[in-house]
Write a new protein. Structure first.
Length: 252
């Protein structure tokens, strides 16, 4: 199986992986706002560990979104530059699907997803909102199928899928009881966040199907047009959080 390089910076993690069937070399680091300065050195490190050149790869995958506007542009820009220089095709990967892939391959949680169970992925989108989507593995297609559309909104608005499902992503940790959909989950995997190692697996399957694009066509996936809250909105969110904390304290 061919080498795939994957780059993911949609969250506060800088995640880079280089893999094929025989194994995977990776860097997965909590960098905060420093992903842009760490990503290229991480690429060089994994290539050196594997003992190959970038041109030896079959394609470069990147976390296309949804996620941080700056983080998505960082990954997309870096991958475009690398792909142009090495004359390689590009594979955009939905980062929420990558979370579901981490659950399926046991990278997070360590348990096996039951056959037929869905994975509801919900991750913090900042601005008091969450990104969410439901995925179910399709054995016939050997790929994830997304049920419905991706969502971005208040945690209370996230709808749980029908039937058995696992909840993946950090939204439950961030929002707690406000994420009402969590109540129906048979298992929660809060540490299943976007990870380049999972993206390598998804990209390998996409490559086998011939689903690559030219570097010039690589674009982030945005599901929210608004970049930041107004001062009034930030104050309202802060007040709501303070009131919730006070209510919790009074209930103890």
């Amino acid at each position: 199986m061919s080498w795939i390089l994957a780059v993911e910076t949609s969250t506060e993690w800088c995640s880079v992986a280089l893999g094929r069937a025989a194994g995977c070399f990776s860097r997965h680091e909590h960098t905060g706002a420093r992903s842009s300065s760490r990503v290229l050195p991480a690429v060089g490190e994994v290539l050196a560990e594997a003992g190959i050149r970038l041109a030896d790869c079959a394609a470069i995958a990147f976390g296309a979104g949804p996620g941080s506007f700056t983080g998505l542009r960082t990954a997309c820009g870096v991958v475009q530059g690398l792909a142009f220089g090495a004359d390689l095709p590009v594979i955009p990967v939905n980062v929420l699907m990558a979370c579901a892939e981490s659950v399926r391959n046991g990278t997070c949680g360590g348990e096996t997803l039951p056959a037929g169970a869905a994975v509801l992925v919900a991750i913090d989108a900042r601005m008091d909102e969450a990104y969410a989507a439901t995925f179910r593995w399709d054995d016939a297609a050997n790929e994830w199928a997304m049920e419905g559309a991706m969502q971005v909104g208040a945690p209370e608005s996230i709808v749980a899928p029908d039937g058995d499902f696992w909840l993946a992503g950090n939204a439950l940790t961030v929002f707690g009881d406000r994420l009402a959909a969590a109540a129906g989950a048979s298992r929660t995997v809060p540490d299943a966040m976007p990870d380049a190692r999972a993206m390598v697996s998804i990209a390998q399957r996409a490559l086998a199907r011939g689903e690559t694009i030219a570097a010039a066509d690589a674009m982030p996936i945005y599901v929210r047009d608004k970049v930041a809250q107004t001062i009034v909105e930030r104050e309202a969110v802060a007040a709501a959080k303070a009131a919730a904390l006070a209510a919790q304290g009074a209930a103890r």
